[in-house]
Design a protein around this ligand. Structure first.
Ligand code: ZN
Length: 248
């Protein structure tokens, strides 16, 4: 199935749920994790940084993590044509939810409604205390880092803080996952964009949608474990093909 066919399916669909991964943000200068130029492909040790147990027990690793947050490309990044196409899709009134594995906030910055964006892996734009769960703007924590605190503790309880993202060894927020599951189960077309579909439970949203009879369309440069289940797989560049797919 090619772009023209998928475009017809999308035009005819009444309820569309989209899942996005790192691949949609690479055009904005944010590297992915598992692609050929991925963060963990090039430096497998970097994955340790994202393990909750390592983070809790290693102050030097936390200091590095805070410096990395301050220098994260997301702060300078601008949304690209792929993000914009999904804003256009929402404007047709048929987008159930935009589930994203990304923490970069680019969907909202592109103009997607915050209430439609389900950030299953959390967000870089907030810090949270691992003891009392207090959430504060990331900008406040980064201001303390810039002022010389290597590892800013919670201002209320003194607990260790972290970006409000999901680390390895950390469960997804149940209420957020539930909203994503309902959106996957309640669509007639499920569009997975720029995700390797190797991380669960995010990838299993494809199963949920397909079991309920939704068409499954995958747009990703590399093969995924769900390609054989999909009704269509497109390898085209996301920033080119997404605008074509949603063009009225
Ligand atoms: Zn606290």
């Amino acid at each position: 199935m090619g772009v023209a066919t998928v475009r017809q399916w999308l035009a005819a669909a009444e309820r569309v749920t989209v899942l996005t991964g790192a691949g949609i943000s690479t055009d904005s200068g944010i590297p992915d994790f598992r692609g050929p130029q991925g963060v963990w492909t090039k430096d497998p040790g970097a994955e340790r940084m994202f393990t909750l147990q390592a983070y809790l027990h290693d102050p030097a690793l936390r200091a590095t993590a805070w410096r990395n947050r301050a220098a994260h490309p997301a702060w300078q990044a601008r949304p690209n044509a792929g993000h914009a196409a999904l804003v256009d899709l929402e404007r047709t009134g048929r987008l159930v939810a935009l589930v994203t594995q990304n923490i970069d906030g680019l969907h909202q910055r592109a103009g997607s409604s915050p209430e439609r964006v389900i950030e299953i892996h959390g967000t870089l734009s907030a810090a949270e205390c691992l003891d009392c769960d207090r959430r504060t703007p990331m900008a406040e924590a980064l201001a303390r880092v810039a002022a010389g605190e290597p590892d800013p503790a919670c201002a209320v309880c003194g607990g260790i803080q972290k970006a409000a993202t999901i680390s390895f060894g950390q469960a997804l927020r149940r209420e957020v996952l539930d909203v994503a599951l309902v959106a996957a189960a309640g669509c007639d077309l499920f569009l997975a964009v720029g995700t390797s579909l190797q991380v669960q439970p995010a990838a299993s949203l494809c199963d949920v949608a397909a079991r309920r009879g939704a068409r499954l369309v995958i747009v990703n440069a590399e093969p995924t474990p769900y390609d054989s289940m999909a009704d269509a797989v497109l390898r085209d560049a996301i920033g080119v093909v997404l605008p074509e797919l949603v063009r009225p």
